[in-house]
Design a protein around this ligand. Structure first.
Ligand code: ZN
Length: 136
């Protein structure tokens, strides 16, 4: 499986995560045991760290006032991380270290947690006036 992961940057992980996320939506926003099995095979311990963040209600979806722009704020152990929808990027040390190492299939628990929290509808919401996300 590792060979497949190397075929393109983040490729298969992203595709599989998308597929599982769609399945969760179709399953009335519930995660099935088989989904957990599939995700664990790909993400290993990162999956459980991500689920732990969701359980601890660390995920917040912020909407910028008077816009339809949104982003996630994740409470990590060393502060808050901003995760933008559709962009696989995080400022945490794990993400940075992996990017420096090999750039293959990079994902951290914060990005994974946002994907899963969104489809499981397990996140807090808040409106903010901060214009952090300016890309249209
Ligand atoms: Zn991260």
């Amino acid at each position: 499986m590792e060979v497949l992961y190397n075929s393109c940057r983040g490729g298969l992980k992203t595709i599989t995560l998308d597929a599982v996320c769609k399945k969760i939506i179709d399953n009335d926003n519930e995660i099935a045991d088989e989904d957990i099995t599939v995700l664990y095979q790909i993400f290993d311990q990162t999956l459980f760290k991500a689920l732990d963040l969701i359980d601890k209600e660390c995920i917040e979806l912020l909407t910028i006032a008077n816009t339809d722009r949104t982003y996630f704020s994740v409470q990590g152990s060393n502060g808050f991380y901003t995760i933008y929808p559709h962009i696989n990027f995080c400022e945490c040390p794990v993400f940075k270290a992996n990017v420096k190492k090999n750039q293959v299939g990079v994902i951290c628990k914060h990005v994974l947690a946002c994907h899963l929290a969104f489809v499981l509808k397990k996140y807090k919401t808040r409106t903010t006036s901060e214009l952090v996300y300016t890309q249209s």
